[in-house]
Design a protein around this ligand. Structure first.
Ligand SMILES: Cc1ncc(COP(=O)(O)O)c(C=O)c1O
Ligand SMILES: N[C@@H](CCCC[NH3+])C(=O)O
Length: 432
């Protein structure tokens, strides 16, 4: 009935998230409110971990891509579930450090890491740095040598694959700001430089072909391209790379028409390709890393808003205005992302009208969804937007000086605050 198994309807006809009444949560914590089902996050972590253990005989790692939703509580969950962590900035790294995340299981990504970020990563003992470009390679080399150490690196490779997803979240093709291309030789040039360089140890390769991808075929193709390149490196240098990081990108169900493949099927099919290609190239099976973000936290999140005005413009459309908007969920404004929504206090009723849900920012494009089917709705109702656990809180802003909403985790029938609501004083904390 719902896009996420976290959701249900109780005998009051209210939406429940992780078994708790959404209307009661909205009353207790206020709106807008992000609610995350901790049990579902843990279930997703375990499903990925078990799968990778099964297909690679325990020689692999599921790292959680923290960009999807980063706070101390989620880093602790990833740690407790035995996952690694993908970070892309000093802020995400700092969050992981403050959460006590084991640094050897951290992979540091990013297409333009600053010298300060790289220094912080080296000083914190980050396990692997995923190098994006030649300038970064030089920088890591010199920082490592100055510190009298050797740093384990992977190269981010563009496998030249065009995955079917929104243009802004496609990253595997040659025209991408991320990584080193194979076609024009720059990836091998980087390998040559790394092999000759003191201060770095080339441990492996990484690719990430995009996000919200439903087909398994482009992932299989990427794995094959990467193993072939590992074979080339082996023949050129007699060096066997140990790690193959295949990134994340697995699609989730936002609306009924979305039909994601099972993650286990993805793992099985990709591992088959890896086993076959390694056999053909005469390579041992590498330590395989994956980096799901959206698929771990996305389905676990629900955002709750209070409806303010309902503006019916005859023969045009009906705007339902909420007390949040693009500041807590910019995904419709950015990608026209589809979401399922409902009136949480009338969740059992049929959806009888079509509305546009608008935020409160001074911006006409501040919409959460257009032409959304929804129950009868009026001022004071609680509107729920479903499957908002990924790239909502983490992409929130303070535009119009709107404070960011809090995050509540629900687990085993209890709720707890894991990120406080920003206060007006918080908004001024850096003003002089
Ligand atoms: C390098 C890298 N790894 C992992 C991810 C996580 O992707 P997703 O949230 O789609 O699983 C991303 C974001 O697309 C990424 O850029
Ligand atoms: N932020 C994007 C995805 C980018 C993934 C990060 N590389 C989204 O909301 O879909």
């Amino acid at each position: 009935m719902f896009v996420s198994k976290s959701l249900d309807v109780n005998n009051l006809g209210h939406l429940t998230v992780g078994g708790l009444d959404a209307v009661a949560l909205a009353e207790r914590y206020g709106t807008p409110l992000y609610v995350m089902d901790e049990d579902l996050i843990r279930e997703n972590c375990r499903a990925f971990k078990q799968s990778i253990d099964r297909y690679y005989d325990g020689r692999g790692l599921c790292t959680y891509a923290s960009k999807a939703f980063c706070c101390k509580a989620v880093c602790r969950i990833a740690q407790e579930e035995g996952l690694g962590l993908d970070v892309v900035s000093s802020g995400e790294l700092y969050t992981a450090l403050q959460a006590g995340f084991p640094m050897e299981r951290v992979y540091f990504h990013g297409n333009n890491k600053t010298p300060a970020e790289l220094t912080m990563a080296l000083e914190s003992g980050v396990g692997q740095i995923v190098v994006d470009n030649l300038e970064e390679l030089q920088l890591i080399g010199s920082l490592s040598r100055a510190a009298g150490r050797e740093t384990d690196i992977l190269f981010r490779i563009k496998p030249g694959i065009d995955a079917h997803t929104h243009d802004f979240i496609r990253t595997g093709q040659i025209d991408s700001k991320f990584g080193l291309a194979l076609e024009n030789g720059e990836a091998m040039e980087a390998v040559d430089e790394a092999m000759a360089m003191k201060g770095v140890r080339l441990k492996g390769l990484h690719c990430h072909i995009g996000s919200q991808i439903f087909d398994i075929a482009p992932f299989e193709l990427a794995a094959e391209v990467m193993i072939r390149f590992m074979g080339e490196i082996q023949r050129r240098y007699g060096k066997t790379l140990e790690i193959l990081d295949l990134g994340g990108g697995f699609g989730i169900k936002y609306v009924d028409s979305d039909n994601p493949s099972s993650y286990d099927e993805y793992m099985q099919r990709v591992s088959k390709v890896i086993h076959r290609c390694c056999g053909e190239e005469g390579l041992p099976i590498p330590y395989v890393v994956i980096e799901p973000g959206r698929s771990i936290v996305g389905p676990a999140g629900t955002t709750l808003y209070t409806v303010g005005s309902v503006k019916e413009i005859k023969n045009v459309r009906t705007y339902v205005a909420i007390d949040g908007g693009m500041t807590d969920n910019p995904r419709y404004a950015l990608y026209q992302a589809a979401y399922d929504l409902l009136v949480a206090n009338r969740a059992a009723e049929p959806k009888t009208q079509t509305v546009t849900v608008a935020g409160k920012c001074c911006e006409s494009g501040d919409l959460i969804q257009e032409n959304a089917r929804i129950q009868e709705v009026g001022p004071g109702d609680i509107l729920a937007v479903l499957a908002t656990g990924a790239y909502n809180y983490s992409m929130a802003s303070n535009y119009n000086r709107i404070p960011r909403p809090p995050v509540v985790m629900v687990s085993q029938g209890e709720s707890r605050l894991v990120v406080r609501r920003e206060s007006l004083e918080d908004l001024l904390r850096n003003d002089l």
